[in-house]
Design a protein around this ligand. Structure first.
Ligand SMILES: [Zn+2]
Length: 114
């Protein structure tokens, strides 16, 4: 049995690594959402999110309205983890300039023919 903690096996989510839904899905991150007002907790399906919002939607800094019918004005706070047992990292903060620059660099790398 390995004694390594999950955070050692896969680094916790970081906006320098993935900021869009597609990038998170490729890395098999798990997403959850919790309402800041009612007790709504959602396990988020990345394929469903990609169908709804598109693969290039940036999900750091997103706080959409809570879908709860009884909920008055709550917002969903998202968190991600890189693998089962790993640390949940809040997606509350929008990506920094540095993270956006890293993202643009990744995009160019994907598209440039080798
Ligand atoms: Zn709510």
């Amino acid at each position: 049995m390995s004694t390594k903690s999950p955070d050692v096996l896969a680094a916790p989510p970081n906006p320098l690594v993935a900021i869009t839904l597609a990038e998170m899905h490729v890395r098999r991150w798990e997403l959850k959402a919790v309402c800041n007002r009612c007790s709504t907790k959602l396990r988020v399906s990345l394929p469903a999110m990609i169908r709804t919002h598109g693969p290039d939607a940036i999900w750091w800094g997103q706080t959409p309205r809570c879908p709860g019918l009884e909920c008055q004005g709550g917002v969903l706070r998202y968190a991600a983890r890189a693998l089962r047992g790993g640390s949940w990292v809040s997606l509350d903060a929008p990506p920094s300039e540095l993270a956006l620059t890293a993202y643009r660099t990744r995009c160019r790398a994907y598209r440039e023919p080798r």
